[in-house]
Write a protein that binds this ligand. Structure first.
Ligand SMILES: Cc1ncc(COP(=O)(O)O)c(C=O)c1O
Length: 427
């Protein structure tokens, strides 16, 4: 590139990609192949022994995935990345790299519901314990840490509540105890928030949401910040001790500031297997090219909708950090000055029945369980994703009977508001 310091929009279009050296194809080709031919036996041995980087088998690495990895690493300001099948598998590989049976980690209580399930139930089978803390109170993370704690996990912008978290304060807690801070940056995207600049060590994403951006492909990614010292306290043997399956290679010694991403790939991804298909990697790469344009539009539309909802008689409350009088507004201005994201909740005075009727009355909004699509999306958590919980549990999870969650799309704001208005009029 003509400049050493390209801007975010330039990186979103170009980082990691070049015209295909064989065909000249300008768009990144979909390398739809399972495996790659070795030059000779020595080349094969060097690849398997980690003495040389290169493609072996698409479960571990593929050229289309590699462009996606380089692009997201550049957008987040990380040293390397690993693209995988989904956001959930990215989380699994991060914890697989730092945890052993009997270890624990501390996570913010306000997270995407699927992550609460994954951490609280599925991870138990691996012997990993989660301890919950209040994302608004960094001290509550500190009080949960003991000598088997291996990390802290937060969302930069929490789903579904749309609240920002003081990343730097929680990073300080983590680093005082020699722990990495892992940040799920799905809801904000690197266009709004770059957690590594605020002290995070690892960033994960569900690429399924704003990065892919069109509601058509599943994916996830782990971004290595490259600054955490994995051998300082002897807590992370996968990185700091010789690996028997790689002839005694010590990953941190051999790979330095990309050791975490390498460990996730050559152990976690190789052995657990949640690889992303090259086709999905291509779709997500294409989505990322317009991330800055889409994300700004998402934020501008969401702010217009939140302001409009606030003025409606049938609406009890609106939780949108971008509103000047929102309790989360100061954190939003500090961490995400370009906007407050697209996903937020509001409450209807009519409670459960009003929530259900409102969702059913919408015409342009899609009623489904996703966020971060170009289209506007809606869900009434109490009658869908959270229906198995008691009312008390629903309220604690931010999904009480009156709560409606919106993911505002990039249509014309006037049309989004018109749809909300006609449905509100009917309840
Ligand atoms: C904030 C957040 N993190 C992680 C995930 C999980 O991602 P995936 O569905 O790609 O596994 C989701 C899914 O909705 C999410 O909203």
């Amino acid at each position: 590139m003509a400049t050493d310091n390209p801007g975010f929009a330039t990186l979103a279009v170009h980082a990691g990609a070049q015209p295909d050296p064989t065909t000249g194809a300008r768009a990144t080709p979909i390398y739809q192949t399972t495996s790659f031919v070795f030059n000779d036996a020595d080349h094969a041995a060097a690849l398997f022994g980690l003495q040389q980087f290169g493609n072996i088998y698409t479960r571990i690495m593929n050229p289309t995935q590699a462009v996606l990895e380089e692009r997201v690493a550049a957008l987040e300001g990380g040293t390397a990345a690993l693209a995988v099948a989904s956001g959930h598998s990215a989380q699994m590989l991060v914890f697989h790299t730092i945890m052993q049976p009997g270890d624990n980690f501390v996570a913010a209580r306000k997270l995407y519901g699927g992550s609460i399930n994954q951490f609280g139930h599925a991870f138990k089978n691996f012997g990993w314990q989660v301890r919950w803390a209040d994302p608004a109170d960094p001290g509550s993370f500190e009080s949960q840490i003991d000598d088997r704690t291996k990390g802290i996990f937060i969302e930069s912008l929490a789903n579904p509540g749309g609240t920002f978290v003081d990343i730097a304060a929680i990073a300080d807690v983590a680093h005082r105890h020699g722990l990495p801070l892992v940040v799920d940056n799905t809801m904000a995207s690197p266009y709004l928030v770059r957690p590594l600049e605020h002290g995070a060590d690892i960033v994960v994403h569900s690429l399924t949401k704003f990065l892919g951006g069109h509601g058509n492909s599943m994916g996830g990614i782990v971004v290595d910040g490259g600054t955490f010292d994995w051998s300082a306290f002897g807590k992370y043997p996968m990185l700091s001790e010789p690996r028997p399956e790689y002839a005694g290679v010590v990953l941190q010694q051999t790979f330095g500031n990309i050791a975490f991403a390498i460990a996730c790939r050559v152990i976690g991804l190789r052995d657990l297997g949640p690889s992303i298909s090259p086709f999905n990697a291509f779709m997500i790469l294409t989505g990322i090219e317009t991330l800055p344009l889409r994300m700004q539009r998402h934020c501008d539309n969401a702010l217009a909708v939140a302001k409009w909802l606030k003025g409606q008689d049938k609406v009890a409350w609106v939780n949108y950090a971008g509103l000047d009088d929102d309790p989360n507004n100061a954190l939003q201005k500090r961490y995400s000055p370009k906007g407050a994201g697209a996903v937020f909740t509001f409450g209807l005075k009519g409670g459960y029945e009003a929530g259900k009727a409102f969702v059913e009355g919408l015409q342009m909004f899609s009623h489904l369980a996703n966020i971060g699509d170009t289209r506007s999306l809606v869900i009434h958590p109490a009658s869908t994703t959270h229906r198995q919980l008691s009312e008390e549990q629903q309220v604690a999870a931010g999904a009480g009977p009156d709560v409606v969650r919106l993911s505002i799309g990039i249509e014309d704001a006037a049309d989004i508001i018109a749809d909300l208005e006609q449905s509100l009029a009917k309840i």
